[in-house]
Design a protein around this ligand. Structure first.
Ligand code: ADP
Ligand code: ZN
Ligand code: ZN
Length: 810
């Protein structure tokens, strides 16, 4: 009688998309589905996940290999996690093992190293001479291996170079050398030494009385009698001597115990939170959320609140109630480094109950963080998208702050969207999801209006603060007035006034979509495709413009086709150049720059923001990241340069991005008691996204946008699947893409409202010498298309990337 486990082996080989059978040995008969184990695989030992246990096999004739070991002392994937992983694999068309890997810190629990030694079963001299006849290299490697009891391939490579691998394989195949893999658990534990009494306090007291002069030992014993224990690391702090400890241990009075330390890199942020009484709008929002959480009923909420309306406070109160009910919480933020204020507020309220998952955590720290959640030492996790996979057994609430942010989409396999995973996980766990934003994704808002989420609105800023007044500056007019500075006159005036009052400003340079299109600075004309009404994309290779929809190619113009101006150029000013212009205009101005170049190190964003918050700078200048949810009361001015450059991206979400960016950036101004002012510089002052952004009017934007989406069958009216075909050669990538399109069109031709578009080169058509061709499938219902993708074997083709519901169609 043997139980057999179906196991997925944790290796990143896409073509191995099946489970393997292993015997569950008798001494591990308590394990089952969801356990992580070590299994033999070829000549390696690998991590495996049990996904099924198939009863008992009575034949006894099985030649299956047994599971070697377990990786954890308890089950890793509970039912909710398993089912969420299964859903991810089906919905996003990825391998189940790839979906399961999302639920473990560091992607793999073990590392295996192969070591080699010479077999004892061979005739050494005969083998050596036989190898010598074949080649001196082979013989040398063999002799070298023989010098050691065991040697790993890294050391052999160092000695002989990379070609040694071929030789090793030969020697192993001929069975003169044996390869054996050794498992190393990658997550390293950290321990600390704790000293405590080995005898009763009375006995210790008797010893103290009997010592007359050994004061160091007496003090230590006295301390242990009252405090029970002392960590070795804390000896100095308490002025105790390690030598005394050694002596009392030798005397049998005390012992050292090794205990595991779970690292918490945010331990020192813990503070106290000021009590607030909730506003009416905050109370109303909570009154909807809380009852669902208490009845363990799944529900989802869209908290649509303007910037500064107190959404974060609602999250905090909702999480507090989840915790009172002994349920756990996940708090998702777009990017942890940019949202340290939220982290600090949760820490202030919940202290050690919060675990922060930071992308800069080491695997060990990450492992510890997960361990604190698993063991119930903490019940709240805050992190970016991967936190949605945290191991929580009774998940009461998932908060998703700034739910419209694109960073919630993972851009590598599995290409999941955090929102979808959160909704699925909460549904399986009987928890609630609260998605918050001042600028919800058009799809989410549409779903809320159609009853898929409960819509909660907060329309007032806290304590009567008002939304800032926004001035839209037409940059074409600036040029007509012969003003060529990238900083318009109205923005110059605003900055001068702000600085003179000792207030602060944020300047955002929107660089996304930069230099990919060609625009006339005189009239704002953008070179578009004659056939597709979409901006042409500049390709530096060949200095051409290309339409990503119909493939037509044009040469880059020297003068504007509309007004003959010579000021036609790729739009391009970096933050560094902008900084120089500012310094010229305002000598002595204190500017801090925040962009990819300045924020390389760990927590660099935090340090810049902290210094700015403290008033060490007048101006915070940077790319998109300066627009994210921070709350600096002394910021009264915001300038947005090239607000609309995104509008020229050939992407249906371009307008949504611009609207969100304008609203979010403007939302940084006037959060305290001083009113804020915003200047938006644009070449499209009449565009609805710019207009609505300036008015802080989400509804106005939504009404126009949803009309376009409906007309063109874009989400939420249609669904999109993107295929990317990669090859070393452009022509091969194209041929393969065309073959796939042809087959897709044949298979899908009965389906109404389904279009297969392409192939067209990806905007960065060549990455690391690999060419990429895109195919877009636009359809009313992806559920009908997915079986076809599976049937065509596209999911196991290593050179095909499948992106279900991509963020961008470029
Ligand atoms: P949002 O997340 O919507 O941008 P926040 O939750 O950050 O807004 O709130 C804006 C500011 O108002 C913060 O400084 C916060 O501490 C404060 N605040 C929030 N709720 C209250 C309240 N009920 N009473 C007083 N101050 C509040
Ligand atoms: Zn075209
Ligand atoms: Zn022009």
């Amino acid at each position: 009688m043997q139980r057999i486990a179906q196991i997925l082996v944790n290796i990143a080989t896409r073509s191995i998309n099946k489970a393997f059978s292993y015997l569950i040995p008798v001494h591990l008969d308590y394990i089952g589905v969801g356990w992580r184990v070590v299994v033999p695989f070829g000549n390696r030992k690998l991590e495996g996940f049990i996904i099924e246990v198939t009863g008992e096999d009575n034949s006894g004739q099985t030649d299956l290999k047994p599971i070697l070991d377990i990786l954890d002392n308890e089950i890793w994937f509970d039912d909710h996690m398993m089912n969420t992983a299964r859903w991810i694999s089906e919905y996003y068309l990825c391998n189940l093992v790839d979906a399961m890997r999302l639920f473990i810190p560091g992607k793999s629990g073990i590392k295996s190293i192969t070591t080699y030694y010479v077999s004892t079963d061979i005739d050494f001299d005969a083998t050596a001479s036989a190898l010598g006849l074949k080649s001196t290299d082979y013989c040398q490697v063999f002799m070298y291996i023989n010098k050691y009891p065991a040697i790993n391939s890294a050391r052999l490579e160092k000695q002989f170079g990379a070609t040694v691998l071929k030789i090793i394989r030969y020697l192993v195949r001929k069975q003169v050398v044996i390869g054996e893999s050794i498992i190393k658990k990658t997550a390293s534990h950290r321990y600390k030494n704790i000293l405590h009494l080995a005898v009763t306090p009375e006995a210790a007291k008797a010893f103290i009385d009997s010592f007359s002069r050994k004061t160091a030992q007496c003090r230590l014993l006295t301390y242990l009698m009252t405090h029970e224990q002392l960590a070795y690391d804390d000896f100095l702090k308490h002025n105790m001597s390690h030598d005394a400890a050694k002596k009392i241990i030798q005397a049998g009075l005390a012992v050292i115990e090794k205990v595991q330390v779970l690292r918490d890199s945010y331990a020192d942020i813990c503070g106290t939170e000021a009590q607030v009484s909730l506003t009416l709008e905050q109370q109303q929002a909570l009154a909807k959320i809380v009852p669902k959480m208490q009845t363990k009923e799944f529900d989802s909420f869209l908290l649509h609140g303007i910037t500064g309306s107190g959404k974060t406070q609602v999250y905090i109160e909702a999480v507090a109630i989840a915790r009172q009910n002994h349920r756990q919480a996940i708090v998702l933020v777009p990017e942890i480094a940019l949202t340290s204020q939220i982290v600090a507020r949760f820490k202030a309220r919940f202290c050690d109950d919060v675990v922060v998952l930071h992308s800069k955590l080491s695997t060990g720290e990450r492992y510890d963080a997960w361990q604190r959640l698993r063991t119930g030492q903490a019940g709240i996790v805050i992190g970016a998208r991967s936190a949605v996979f945290a191991p929580l057994s009774d998940l009461g609430i998932i908060i998703m702050d700034e739910e419209h942010e694109f960073t919630y989409k993972q851009e590598e396999t599995p290409r999941y969207h955090t929102r979808q995973v959160a909704l699925t996980r909460a549904r399986l766990a009987g928890g609630v999801v609260v998605m918050g934003s001042a600028t919800p994704a058009v799809e989410t808002y549409y779903q809320a209006l159609h009853g898929q989420h409960t819509l909660l609105s907060m329309s007032k800023r806290i304590a009567g603060a008002s939304l800032p007044e926004v001035t839209v500056v037409d940059m074409r007019e600036e040029l007509r007035q012969k003003r060529r500075s990238v900083i318009s006159l109205p923005l110059q005036e605003l900055l001068a006034m702000t600085i003179s009052r000792g207030e602060q400003a944020i300047i955002l340079l929107n660089r996304r979509g930069y230099a990919t299109f060609v625009m006339c600075r005189e009239c704002g004309h953008i070179v578009r495709c004659k056939h597709c009404d979409i901006s042409l994309v500049y390709h530096s290779v060949g200095n051409i413009l290309r339409c990503h929809y119909c493939q037509c190619v044009e040469s880059t113009p020297e003068i504007c086709p509309a007004c003959s101006s010579r000021y036609i150029r790729f739009f391009g000013t970096g933050t560094q150049k902008l900084e120089e212009s500012l310094v010229k205009l305002f000598p002595g101005i204190r500017i801090v720059r925040m962009d990819q170049d300045t924020t390389g190190g760990k927590m660099a964003y935090d340090r810049i923001l902290e210094a700015f918050t403290k008033g060490e700078y007048d101006v915070l200048l940077g790319t998109q990241m300066v627009a994210k949810g921070h709350d600096v009361k002394n910021v009264t001015a915001v300038g947005i340069i090239a607000a609309d450059s995104i509008l020229n991206l050939p992407d249906f979400r371009a307008a949504e991005r611009v609207f969100a960016l304008l609203t979010q950036a403007a939302g940084r101004a006037g959060r305290g008691d001083k009113p804020g002012r915003v200047v938006v510089q644009t070449y499209n002052p009449e565009h609805y996204a710019v207009q609505a952004g300036a008015q802080h009017d989400y509804q106005a934007f939504y009404e126009v946008e949803i009309g376009y989406r409906r007309e063109l069958s874009y989400p939420p009216y249609g669904q999109i699947l993107k295929l990317t075909i990669q090859d070393d050669q452009e022509s091969k990538a194209r041929v393969q893409a065309e073959a796939i399109i042809k087959e897709l069109q044949q298979r899908l031709h009965d389906q109404k409202n389904t279009e297969v578009i392409g192939p067209f080169p990806a905007p960065i058509a060549k990455v690391k010498d690999v060419f990429r061709m895109n195919i877009i499938i636009k359809t009313a219902d992806l559920a009908l298309v997915k079986p076809c993708i599976l049937a065509m074997g596209l999911t196991v083709r290593p050179n095909v990337i499948i992106d279900v519901e991509p963020i961008s169609i470029m």
